[in-house]
Design a protein around this ligand. Structure first.
Ligand code: GFB
Length: 314
């Protein structure tokens, strides 16, 4: 990817897109094409066609998506499937029509069957029923993977797909309804300590296990894949280790300095019991994550405190 290349980062203000932008700037790239969702609605076929006709990007990082945690996925099911299919179809198809040199599509580890063997190998895709709570999102992301494969097969497009594990870091979503677990726990424990609450509610039983990757490590992986990976098969991106929600909560409790109790509300869904990804193919490419979970949570908590007014306005 030449330093003079025109690079479109779709979703550049989100947690993933902003991390990719930071990484590319650090690597000396500067010719970015950036549009907020207010400036360009990626769900609109006509607007995206106009945009590509005008801007003609050379490279595309497709980090724009409607994302959220288990509650948002489970309640906004139509929005999750419609918005994500529209965004992907428009950006992938226009990238083909305008001969984009290379496109990187970002999916999610929820594409795998709910009870697939662990750790999850890329070959396990579509080998069993999906987790109900995020099935619409998972179906959309699987469609994106298959679309990139199909455009490579029929048109020779160099479109690759990366499946990240659960992510966290700067510009995460801290809205307690729609967020993922890690930002939710950071906010809950912080606010409980600040207002001396006796206990913090954790959704579910605490027994599910999750793998977490700091978004700066993901951005570094996306950069490496854009430069060095051009295989038809999608590739897992993660850290290769997981933690129970209960132990995660105890870790966040320690880092935030909260001294009260934890209360597990088992009326809330646990979701997938476990989704640890096999990252041996990523490691074989020479990529490994740098940021440990404890260091990553500590830096995310610092970022949260500095930007709480913005993160908590919703
Ligand atoms: O991060 P999370 O919302 O999504 O939930 P998933 C992970 C686990 O944390 C679930 C528990 O077992 C939740 O019940 N949990 C405990 C909490 N307390 C909380 C809380 O306060 N907030 C939240 N949100 N969870 C997502 C998919 O699944 O994974 C997305 O829904 C995406 O589509 C993402 O794929 C990577 O990890 O279960």
């Amino acid at each position: 990817m030449e330093k003079s290349a025109k690079i479109f980062i779709a979703g550049h203000r989100g947690m993933v897109g902003s991390a990719i932008l930071r990484k590319l700037e650090a690597e000396g790239y500067s010719r970015f094409i950036l549009r907020t969702s207010g400036e360009l609605d990626l769900r609109s076929q006509q607007d995206v066609a106009e945009f590509f006709k005008t801007e003609k990007p050379d490279y595309v990082f497709l980090a724009a998506a409607k994302v959220g945690g288990i509650w948002a996925n489970n309640t906004l099911r139509a929005e999750f499937i419609y918005d994500n299919l529209q965004i992907q179809n428009n950006v992938i198809h226009q990238s083909y029509l305008h001969k984009v040199t290379k496109l990187l599509f970002l999916g999610s580890s929820c594409i795998y069957p709910k009870l697939a063997p662990q750790p999850l190998k890329e070959d396990y895709l579509l080998n069993g029923p999906l987790e109900y709570t995020n099935e619409p999102y998972a179906i959309a992301k699987i469609a994106g993977i298959k679309m990139c494969e199909a455009y490579r097969a029929q048109y020779g497009c160099n479109f690759i797909s990366a499946m990240p594990t659960n992510l966290y870091g700067p510009n995460d979503n801290y809205n307690l309804k729609s967020s993922h677990v890690l930002p939710a726990l950071i906010r809950k424990f912080h606010e409980a300590r600040e207002s001396n609450r006796p206990r913090v509610e954790i959704w579910g039983t605490g027994s599910p296990k999750r793998e977490f990757m700091h978004v700066d490590d993901l951005a570094a992986a996306c950069f490496a894949l854009m430069l060095n990976y051009s295989e038809p098969r999608f590739i897992n991106v993660g850290v290769g280790e997981d933690i129970s929600i209960k132990d995660l909560a105890l870790l966040v409790k320690k880092i935030t300095g909260y001294t009260g109790e934890l209360y597990f509300d088992s009326s809330k869904p646990d979701g997938t019991p476990r989704k640890l990804m096999d990252v041996s193919r990523l490691h074989a490419l020479g990529f490994r994550h740098n940021i440990s979970l404890e260091a990553g949570i500590a830096s995310s908590y610092k970022d949260f405190i500095e930007k709480a007014a913005v993160y908590c306005r919703a």
